[in-house]
Design a protein around this ligand. Structure first.
Ligand code: ADP
Length: 416
């Protein structure tokens, strides 16, 4: 147990008792003597800085345990920037705060440490009078970083400023807003065209059979474009909704490649005849969603046929690599893609050449869909391209494990 009262306190108590006896001797009144005694004790306690209220139950004596952490080391353990401010100056700043605001901020006027009018006003307001609302800050750290500042006033007159990094959620919100704007724009264009032709037909153009047939064909093409777009948007939102549910069916990709190949041969596209498949023996199945993997393969082969040069092959290869991944690649011999575009190709509506994509019936969502499907399968997507020579898009998927923990193997070579 620690002792709360020192020798000065004992002397004070003795003086109080002596004073009380004096009052009793002089007045003969017990009540006055007791009031004098209690008053003298409280005055002694306040002067000595001891709280006269009953002490809280003592902490259990932890003997040889570690010393309590200092405020500085507690702040250092927090990954987000935190500052303690006293009298308008930075008293303590953790490493994260020094990284964002500079190493020199400890001891600095807080208005210089965080140069922002709303923050300065809040951080210098009288204690207890500032608003508890968050303040949004731009331009601290790097230019594109966004922060939310929260300030808490402490009873001892200091205040704690906490910076919360909002850069990611701001970027996600911007992507969402851009996506809605882009999708609306993509839908509005064919819609305006359909309405325009319908009005022209109603105004009498329909009386000329040749013109009417031409207009009706344009309207049908535009309606199909809208349909493709709506279908891709629905696909994207379905795949995103299932993002965290790992697909668990066993999918034989060799079978799937053959199936997609024959589906494309049955389609009216003349380029389908140029699809060449190269399927290795002993490719294990993958844990997957067959419908989604088929969609990814359709999109990749579709792109290779659209952007590959007419008369050149579209090669679909399936193999197993050394690290137990199944490798599915689709290659073409088209114009290729300049390197600066490659990192952005899986963004929704990103196109290297919008006019060409639209003319070929593209929605700008094909690779975004492939990326989401691959992510859901815990796989990897790789796009390699050489301008003037062609493009190879590869999907790597983890092989499905057998109950013994080995990758299961499909027997025998598959027909090309
Ligand atoms: P789109 O519907 O426009 O084809 P995608 O998302 O499938 O949309 O592809 C995005 C863009 O990437 C395309 O507009 C095109 O510019 C480019 N691209 C995709 N695949 C290829 C390819 N095999 N060769 C060349 N460019 C490609």
């Amino acid at each position: 147990m620690t002792t709360r009262f020192g020798p000065r306190f004992m002397l004070g108590m003795l003086a109080a008792v002596v004073a009380a006896i004096g009052v009793f001797v002089l007045s003969g009144d017990v009540a006055s003597a007791l009031v004098t005694l209690v008053g003298a004790i409280i005055a002694g306690l306040v002067t000595l800085g001891v709280d006269p209220t009953p002490a809280a139950p003592a902490e259990p004596d932890i003997g040889t345990g570690p010393a309590p952490a200092r405020l500085g080391s507690v702040l250092e353990a927090i990954v987000e920037p935190v500052l303690v401010i006293a009298n308008g100056r930075v008293e303590e700043a953790n490493g994260a705060a020094r990284d964002v605001l500079g190493n020199h901020i400890t001891g600095q006027d807080v208005r210089l440490a965080i140069r922002h009018p709303a923050a300065a006003e809040r951080l210098t307001a009288p204690i207890g009078e500032g608003s508890s609302e968050a303040i949004n800050l731009v331009g601290l750290g790097t230019l594109d970083q966004r922060w939310e500042l929260r300030v808490t006033d402490l009873p001892d007159g200091r205040r704690v400023a906490h910076l919360i990094d909002q850069t990611r959620s701001y970027a996600a919100e911007r992507m969402r807003v851009d996506f809605v704007a882009n999708a609306s724009h993509e839908l509005r264009t064919p819609l305006a065209s359909i309405l325009g032709f319908a009005e022209t037909l109603a105004d009498g153009a329909g009386e000329d059979p040749a013109m009417r047939d031409r207009f009706l064909k344009v309207m049908a093409d535009e309606a199909r474009r809208m349909q493709r777009l709506v279908e891709d948007l629905i696909s994207l939102s379905r795949i995103e909704a299932e993002k965290y549910r790992l697909p668990d069916a066993s999918v034989d990709l060799a079978d799937l490649v053959s199936e997609v190949h024959s589906e494309m041969m049955d389609s009216a596209d003349g380029r389908a005849a140029e699809i060449v498949t190269d399927i290795a023996a002993n490719v294990p199945p993958v844990g997957g969603d067959r419908v989604q993997l088929s969609q990814a393969l359709h999109n990749l082969i579709g792109n290779a046929m659209k952007y590959g040069r007419a008369g050149t092959p579209v090669t679909v290869k399936l193999s197993r690599d050394a690290s137990n991944m199944v490798r599915l690649s689709v290659g073409d011999e088209g114009d290729g893609i300049p390197p600066e575009h490659i990192p952005r190709l899986t963004e929704r509506f990103y196109r290297v050449d919008s006019g060409r994509s639209r003319a070929l019936g593209g929605t700008g969502l094909g690779l975004a869909i492939v990326k989401h499907i691959v992510e859901r399968h815990r796989g990897r997507l790789d796009i390699a391209s050489q301008v003037g020579r062609g493009t190879v898009v590869t999907i790597l998927l983890p092989a499905a494990l057998s109950s013994k923990g080995n990758a299961t193997v499909t027997e025998g070579p598959k027909p090309a």
